[in-house]
Design a protein around this ligand. Structure first.
Ligand code: PEP
Length: 249
């Protein structure tokens, strides 16, 4: 039985004050909710506030990115050691916006994944096709390539905490959601790749989240799919009531 993970990706939204306000309103709405694991990934500047606010609650905090070096002259970057020391449990790796605007590649995703796993963080590795790839019938090829490269050189033992998020790029922030069937079909491909890399049992236990315009009114249909083990939520996670409604789908 895979416990679903419902994770918020706040992207570049909210100040520390707005973060405090979010948690003041959100925590009472989900207190005592044990069916699903809940995570919030705010901008770095808000992590300390979020960790403090969510202390002793059922909500874990994550970062939206990381760098693979421990420390050094890497202006603007942040290491897994720093993320852990700040109190994070999760880290998002390879989000399509990082791939699209900040030059992330399958190779950098693989480097980051290795370091995040070794640090003991729960990495949420994002994969997904762009619209042209879907329309050209390339979705499966893209997912296979992204997964094979992300998982390269990692043993099943080392990968134990891995979480994958299938996020079709055409559904992110567009209001267009993949149907539960489209998402399930993609998850089957990702699970098969995990099976090849890490073995059958690992693949059966792997949590694969869906992300792409998840909202309170479509969360239930998506989360009812056997193949879908949670959600990575952008826009709809910024409002405490809306994110709580998704958590409670
Ligand atoms: C995301 O940022 O990972 C995402 C899925 O965004 P949205 O829910 O806004 O589509």
């Amino acid at each position: 039985m895979r416990t679903k993970l419902i994770a918020a990706n706040w992207k570049m939204y909210k100040t520390p004050d707005q973060t405090s306000e979010f948690f003041r309103n959100f925590l009472p709405l989900v207190s005592g909710h044990t069916r699903d694991e809940i995570a919030v990934c705010p901008p770095y500047i808000d992590i300390a506030t979020a960790v403090q606010a969510a202390k002793e609650s059922n909500v874990g905090i994550g970062a939206q990115n990381m760098y693979w070096e421990k420390e050094g002259a890497y202006t603007g970057e942040i290491s897994t050691g720093m993320i852990l020391a700040a109190g994070c449990k999760y880290v998002i790796i390879g989000h399509s916006e990082r791939r699209q605007y900040f030059g992330e590649t399958d190779d950098t995703v693989n480097k980051k994944l290795k370091v995040a796993l070794d640090a003991g963080l729960i990495p949420i590795v994002c994969v997904g096709e762009v619209l042209e790839e879907r329309e050209a019938g390339l979705t499966e090829d893209v997912l296979r390539r992204q997964c094979t490269n992300a998982f390269r050189g990692i043993s099943a033992e080392r990968a134990a905490k891995l979480v994958v998020a299938y996020e079709p790029v055409w559904a992110i922030g567009t209001g267009k959601t993949a149907t539960p069937q489209i998402a399930s079909d993609a998850h089957v491909v990702v699970r098969a790749e995990a099976g090849k890399a890490f073995g059958k049992q690992f693949a059966e236990d792997l949590r694969i989240l869906y992300g792409g315009s998840v909202k309170p009114d479509n969360a239930n249909a998506l989360m009812s799919e056997e193949e879908i083990d949670g959600a990575l939520v952008g826009g709809a996670s910024l409002d405490p009531k809306s994110f709580a409604a998704i958590v409670k789908y």
